[in-house]
Design a protein around this ligand. Structure first.
Ligand SMILES: O=C(O)CCCC[C@@H]1SC[C@@H]2NC(=O)N[C@@H]21
Length: 253
């Protein structure tokens, strides 16, 4: 499928945008630019030579996918800043739902977007700061619009792309506009209703809620019923030994 329909895209006024042909990583570029920025800024690159994923994994991306980082000063603590990953996932889901049947999309804790059960997008958060508040926060978005990344070893969630799943073709620049608009809406919701509303939206799209899943923390493997995500963004599993609250892990179904 293909479309040149860009009518959904409404660039949010408060945000700046920089588009590169190639950078090492939009996360690295965000860190370099952060000290000089005067407004929240989206940095996009058509290609990255040293893209990075969560837990230090490389993120190697074929042409035609979205590589973008939003960098801003959220004026909050690191704990509050980390909750932005749920806003990011909600925004990605809303943006992708314009190009593919929404019922094919779901969210995997903490911050992957699944399309027909395969990983279509990943989110990476980085922040910096010495004081009680973070100095700046970067939210990286890698979205498989046209093709799947190379060398992905996580067989539990084989990567997929919007194109492979029968979605509409979309240019990364057009998708960036849709995503930026969706993300700005999430920030409005956070300001107006608080994190409980963001969490509710996330839970309404959560994959395997109420089912038995496994979380690997690096130190242990915990299996239990996926009860909820709490108001701090932790995963809550009901296990044979009682409830477990898990701040960080990789989840497997
Ligand atoms: O491991 C994950 O699931 C997160 C992947 C995040 C990749 C994106 S692509 C844009 C930004 N720049 C990077 O180097 N990484 C993030």
């Amino acid at each position: 499928m293909s479309t040149s329909d860009n009518s959904h895209a409404h660039w949010p006024e408060a945000y700046a945008r920089v588009i590169h042909d190639s950078v090492d990583s939009t996360m690295a570029e965000a860190a370099r630019l952060a000290p000089t920025l005067t407004q929240p800024t989206w940095i996009m690159a058509r290609t990255q030579t040293a893209g990075r994923g969560r837990r230090g994994r490389p993120w190697v991306v074929p042409a035609g996918n979205l590589n973008a980082t939003l960098v801003f000063r959220p004026a909050c603590t690191a704990v509050e800043a980390a909750k932005r990953s749920f806003l990011a996932a909600n925004a990605l889901e809303a943006a992708l739902a314009i190009y593919v049947q929404p019922e094919k999309l779901s969210l995997k804790w903490p911050n992957d977007v699944l399309l027909s059960g395969g990983k279509v997008a990943g989110i990476l958060l980085e922040s910096s700061g010495q004081g009680p508040f973070v100095d700046w926060l970067s939210i990286g978005f890698g979205v498989n619009l046209a093709a799947v990344p190379e060398g992905v070893t996580d067989a539990a969630f084989a990567p997929t792309s919007l194109r492979a799943a029968g979605g509409w073709d979309v240019d990364p620049v057009d998708f960036l506009s849709v995503l930026a608009d969706a993300y700005a809406t999430q920030e409005d919701k956070l300001r107006t209703f608080g994190f409980a509303r963001i969490r509710d939206d996330w839970l309404s799209k959560a994959a395997r809620l109420g089912e038995v899943i496994t979380a690997r923390t690096g130190r242990e493997e915990i299996t239990g019923r996926f009860d909820t995500v709490d108001l701090d963004g932790n995963l809550v599993l009901q296990t044979a030994q009682g409830p477990r609250i898990i701040p960080a892990a990789d989840v497997y179904f």
